[in-house]
Design a protein around this ligand. Structure first.
Ligand code: IMP
Ligand code: MG
Length: 189
């Protein structure tokens, strides 16, 4: 489905997770990850573009001596709220991950198609370990088995924007997570 009009105003969108709730959970995730990787060098692999805001907040609350960051650009949706079931690399990692403890940082786990693709291509590069943290999880939408090691929030089957997540490149700047609904139709994204 697609929206004919331009961006909606912010107050047309219901807040699902406000900024305080998100911040609190991100702190908890950072603490848990820090405890799990204590004393080990960790490479965060942020998935562009959706995960940049989450990664920025997560990393500054981690308490680890040796953390490095790289980014992988993956496109999956385009101008639609439905998964095309296809993922492709738009920007590759700058550095090798061979022999490293790697943590994928993703915005949302939806059908699992992108996640499965990421696991496949990153496992092939032979990291020492590969885990994933996702801010949001929509388990009801899976078309293939996929599970993240760390999950911020499990959410219902709604298309959400804000805190880095977009619809057609809009709304990434919102400090909270909001539901984007198409007016007049009960259709789900
Ligand atoms: P999957 O391949 O269906 O699991 O989709 C994962 C990707 O689709 C995420 O990394 C997001 O970029 C995008 N996506 C899935 N659901 C949403 C949503 O509700 N809002 C915004 N982007 C989404
Ligand atoms: Mg996206």
């Amino acid at each position: 489905m697609s929206f004919a009009a331009g961006p909606k105003t912010q107050n047309q969108m219901e807040i699902l997770l406000n900024a305080e709730v998100v911040a609190h959970r991100v702190h908890e995730l950072a603490a848990q990850i820090s405890a799990d990787y204590r004393g080990r060098p960790l490479r965060l692999v942020g998935i562009l573009k959706g995960a940049w805001m989450f990664l920025a907040d997560l990393i500054r609350h981690m308490d680890l001596e040796d953390v490095s960051v790289d980014f992988l650009g993956v496109a999956s949706y385009g101008r639609s709220t439905k998964s095309s079931g296809e993922a492709r690399i738009t920007k590759d990692l700058d550095q090798s991950i061979e022999g490293l403890d790697v943590l994928i940082v993703e915005d949302i786990l939806d059908t699992g198609e992108t996640f499965s693709y990421l696991q496949e291509i990153l496992t092939a590069r032979q990291p020492k370990s590969l885990k994933a943290v996702v801010l949001l999880d929509k388990p009801s939408r899976r078309t293939r088995p996929a599970q993240a090691d760390y999950v911020g929030f499990t959410i219902p089957d709604e298309f959400v924007v804000g805190y880095g997540l977009d619809y057609a490149e809009n709304y990434r700047q919102l400090p909270d997570v909001r539901v984007l609904r198409q007016e007049g139709k009960g259709e789900k994204g």
